[in-house]
Design a protein around this ligand. Structure first.
Ligand SMILES: [Zn+2]
Length: 147
């Protein structure tokens, strides 16, 4: 996957950085694992991480490995490139993925949905995570689940 691949969110738009609150996520991503922070006090997931639990005001967090599968909660199809040099990437789909293993606690991720016909994506579709390993970051994306 690289810039200019139809259906793939351009890597130029994935520039980000890790800090002490997000480093565990990126370390796991480099190993093709999905982890999410969970409040040690009440079990609520916080994705992205937050310093204080919005449910119980706890400040202790534990990182939990998730299966990397989920369902499409919502999505949009981007048809207009943000700049002319990204015209070969459209159309691509960006979805909100409800993650398995979070007990319906609202742990959802926004990510590119790849390896599919964007016109055929539907709410509730089963997907699985796949990481694109770039020089300094591993970008999480989702594709239709294999099973
Ligand atoms: Zn809590």
């Amino acid at each position: 996957m690289s810039d200019g691949t139809p259906g793939v969110f351009p890597s130029i738009m994935t520039a980000t950085f890790a800090d002490e609150t997000t480093q565990p996520f990126w370390d796991a991503a480099a190993e093709d694992r999905l982890v999410a922070p969970r409040c040690s006090g009440c079990g609520t997931f916080h994705l992205p991480p937050v310093p204080i639990c919005f449910a119980c005001r706890g400040t202790q967090t534990e990182w939990v490995e998730l299966p990397g599968t989920g369902s499409v909660y919502s999505f949009t199809v981007v048809r207009h490139p943000l700049s002319p040099d990204l015209s070969s990437s459209v159309p691509y789909a960006t979805g909100i993925i409800e993650l398995d293993g979070t007990q319906g606690a609202g742990a959802r991720m926004i990510a590119n949905i790849i390896d599919c016909d964007v016109e055929a994506i539907d709410i509730g579709d089963r997907v699985e995570i796949v990481f694109e390993h770039l020089d300094e970051i591993s970008v999480p994306r989702f594709r239709p689940a294999s099973s």
